[in-house]
Design a binder for this molecule. Structure first.
Ligand code: ADP
Ligand code: MG
Length: 550
């Protein structure tokens, strides 16, 4: 740890670091990453001004270092004051000091010794004592902006401030999947990534099953010219299929050398890579990690380091576009997506607004491809997805049964053993009561495993022990009912009627009737449509005839 000399300080794009709670979280998370943490836990209460805490299992600091760390312009990260080759996220040595200026800061840290160090900074100065703590660092920030009333006034609504925090932490978690991140808000788990290194695992935790399932990964090594040299570039990440889109570009996340950055040229290159696969004004869900040699990047161009300057942006954006396009086309999705797009314009999922009668007067005509039930519904030809329909019906039956009787369990003999991420093992403990209400009987068994003695078995459908994983993911977000519904949705989708299972005509007609009687007939429990409608005008158009109506 050293004090930077005046000259280096002046070259550093200084600026006000702490403008809102999310900035504090970002600085603390970056310090944890720079410390080589495998696990980073972020806890936020309210909008984050009251209290927030970031804990890591990184290398920690000794007492002298810890005391220096809270001073301005002290950093351990610029050994020769050489800004050209900086590979860490921090380098200015001002974050902790700036936070301490506007809040009460407690730093507890241990670099592996028998005792840790606690440094407290508040209006009365700096106090240092020792503290019991394993290797790593915890920074707790309370009463942010207590001495900056104007700044406190200028904050947005608490939910907005927390969303900013959540968005930033999610970006780190998605772009740095080798680090396990947890985010808790008001003592409730928002998400926890396993730190497995797989982008899909991180996406599963942050976005849930649909995005994780409907996505492909990107892993490309290429070169771009920087100055007069060809330079290696690695592009890795996750691309959600075009079936999963968002109304804004907020979910196009890019990190350069591990630092999430705001780089519109790269965002646009990612979107160009999707090309015509993206419907109209929709935006994709992606996490892209760009790695290139430090000399190709200048991280020191923005006061809060939210962006970087790239040498040879154009070549890099071309490489990004090509890599994205490639990954999507080899995912064998181009074909299916094009079909989906065509269907999009030709067929409209029937939504609830169409009224219950949409199925009441549907007359079963026959079946296509062993899966799609065709029905005549007056003005429309309906195509019912037999599998999705069955899921919806199962789901509503299960839900009704569970509302009456709770979730019954089935004992597993012998018990099953699952290996889970540390976050999941912790969740088994912290959500013990929820799990038992949902019909699970399980307990941590050491070494990252959990022993499952009983599983939910509503209506005689016995869940797989593996369902525990999904349930844990669901437990991290959502209220009680939400968790239960996610579990039921999964149970509803497992057994019995799979695509292609034979139904005779009577059974098929009965299935359509039962679907029509559902509370929400037009979407499966995971939100995919169950029924598409082709109207007569569309068919007439296809045959170059005038529609009979309209
Ligand atoms: P910078 O990150 O730019 O160096 P900071 O004010 O954020 O400046 O941190 C000052 C110094 O404190 C860092 O250089 C680092 O040595 C030490 N430090 C801060 N947070 C941690 C942490 N979580 N683990 C280990 N060391 C840390
Ligand atoms: Mg820092």
């Amino acid at each position: 740890m050293k004090r930077l000399d005046r000259e280096t300080v002046d070259r550093i794009a200084a600026g006000e670091v702490v403008t809102r709670p999310a900035r504090v979280v970002v600085e603390l998370v970056e310090n944890a990453l720079d410390a080589g943490a495998d696990r980073i836990e972020v806890e936020v209460w309210g909008d984050g001004t009251e209290r927030l805490r970031v804990a890591d299992d990184g290398r920690g600091m000794g007492t002298d270092e810890a005391v220096l760390a809270v001073e301005r312009h002290t950093t351990s990260k610029l050994p020769d004051g050489d800004l050209e080759s900086v590979e860490t996220l921090g380098f200015r040595g001002e974050a902790l000091a700036s936070v301490a200026d506007v809040a009460r800061l407690t730093l507890s840290t241990n670099d592996g010794g028998p005792r840790g160090t606690r440094v407290r900074v508040d209006g009365c100065g700096v106090t240092v004592d020792s503290v019991g703590r394993g290797r790593g660092t915890t920074v707790e920030v309370r009463d942010l902006f207590h001495n900056r009333p104007a700044r406190a006034e200028s904050l947005a609504a608490p939910s907005t401030e927390f969303e900013r925090i959540s968005d930033r932490v999610a970006t780190y978690a998605l772009c740095r999947p080798s680090t396990a991140f947890t985010l808790d808000h008001d003592d409730r788990r928002v998400f926890a990534t396993p730190g497995s290194g797989a982008f899909t695992d991180a996406a599963l935790s942050v976005y849930g099953r649909e995005v994780a399932r409907e996505s492909t990964t990107l892993d490309t090594a290429t070169t771009v010219p920087v100055g007069d040299r060809e330079t290696d570039v690695a592009l890795r990440g996750l691309l959600a299929y075009p079936s999963v889109t968002r109304a804004t570009a907020d979910h196009v996340r890019v990190a350069v050398n591990g630092r999430p950055v705001s780089l519109p040229p790269i965002w646009r290159a990612v979107e160009r890579g999707y090309g015509s696969l993206l419907p109209g004004d929709r935006h994709p869900v992606t996490a892209l990690s760009v790695s290139l040699p430090p000399r190709a990047v200048d991280p020191n161009v923005h006061p809060t380091k939210e962006t970087v300057a790239l040498r040879s942006t154009d070549d890099l954006t071309d490489a990004v576009e090509a890599a994205v396009e490639d990954a999507l086309s080899t995912a064998d999705l181009r074909r299916s997506a094009e079909v989906a797009m065509d269907l999009d314009s030709a067929l409209d999922p029937v939504d609830a607004d169409a009224g219950e009668s949409a199925l009441a007067d549907a007359e079963y005509l026959g079946r296509f491809d062993g899966l799609y039930l065709l029905c005549d519904a007056g003005d429309d030809l309906l195509v019912v997805d037999q599998h999705a329909a069955h899921e919806r019906i199962n789901y509503e039956r299960l839900r009704a049964a569970v509302e009456e009787e709770g979730v019954p369990s089935a004992t597993l003999d012998p018990p099953a053993t699952l290996s889970l991420s540390p976050a999941d093992v912790a969740a088994v403990e912290s959500h013990a009561a929820d799990l038992s209400r949902l019909g699970f009987d399980c307990e941590p068994f050491g070494g990252g495993t959990v022993r499952v003695r009983a599983v939910p078995a509503p209506l005689g459908r016995v869940a797989e022990p593996e369902a525990l994983r999904e349930t844990l993911a669901a437990l991290r977000d959502g209220d009680d009912a939400g968790r239960r519904d996610v579990l039921l949705a999964d149970l509803a989708c497992h057994p019995s009627l799979k695509a292609g299972d034979a139904l005779d005509d009577d059974e098929a007609a009965a299935l359509v009737d039962r679907l029509g009687a559902c509370e929400h007939p037009f979407a499966c429990p995971h939100g995919r449509p169950t029924v598409l409608a082709i109207d007569e005008a569309h068919l007439a158009g296809g045959f170059d005839r005038h529609p009979r109506r309209g």
